[in-house]
Design a protein around this ligand. Structure first.
Ligand code: FES
Ligand code: FES
Length: 172
């Protein structure tokens, strides 16, 4: 008879050290196996720019980039992010505080009101515009359609996205 497999290394209720790169800095914190990445980033690492809305993958507020890809942090366990490179909204501006072209376009177009949805939208667009520098308006609508905004009616967000794509293309 085959030997029973060794018990899993992650035990419920036990905290594990999770080390990762957050916005270019090596950091670590402690997480139970069930802890969401969104909670880990906010409560354990103190980066509260990432917002939490629905906590089940619908609203997009919690979107961060993991190894370059835009990901719902509320659908990811903190322990799954061990060793990865995470970028949050705090990592979009340059070290001297100068806003990214994407952020500048949002600012110029008044593309936010309460700002709750904004970090998630910025992270999705940051990823998307890197992979597709010449998006159609329909493609941008589809990206933004993955985010719920209660405030703006999306018109200004769309204008900002179109302008950001053009500015980033021009900057190369
Ligand atoms: S909080 Fe993650 S998608 Fe809503
Ligand atoms: S700006 Fe308020 S939820 Fe989008």
């Amino acid at each position: 008879m085959a030997e029973q497999q060794a018990s899993p290394t992650l035990k419920a209720g036990q905290r594990h050290e999770v080390s990762l790169e957050l916005n270019g800095r090596q950091v670590s914190g402690w997480a139970e196996p069930r802890m969401l990445l969104s909670d880990f980033i906010r409560h354990e690492l103190g980066a509260t720019g990432t917002h939490v809305g629905c906590e089940h993958g619908v609203c997009g507020a919690c979107t961060v980039r993991i190894d370059g890809k835009a990901v719902r942090a509320c659908l990811t366990l903190a322990v799954q992010a061990e060793g990865s490179k995470i970028q949050t909204v705090e990592g979009l501006a340059a070290a001297d505080g100068k806003l990214s072209l994407l952020q500048q376009a949002f600012q110029r177009n008044f593309a936010l009101q309460c700002g709750y949805c904004t970090p998630g939208i910025l992270m999705s667009l940051a990823h998307y515009l890197e992979t597709n520098p010449s998006p159609s308006e329909q493609q941008l609508r589809e990206v933004i359609g993955g985010h719920l905004c209660r405030c703006t009616g999306y018109t200004h967000i769309m204008a900002a996205a179109v302008e950001a794509a053009a500015a980033m293309r021009q900057a190369g």
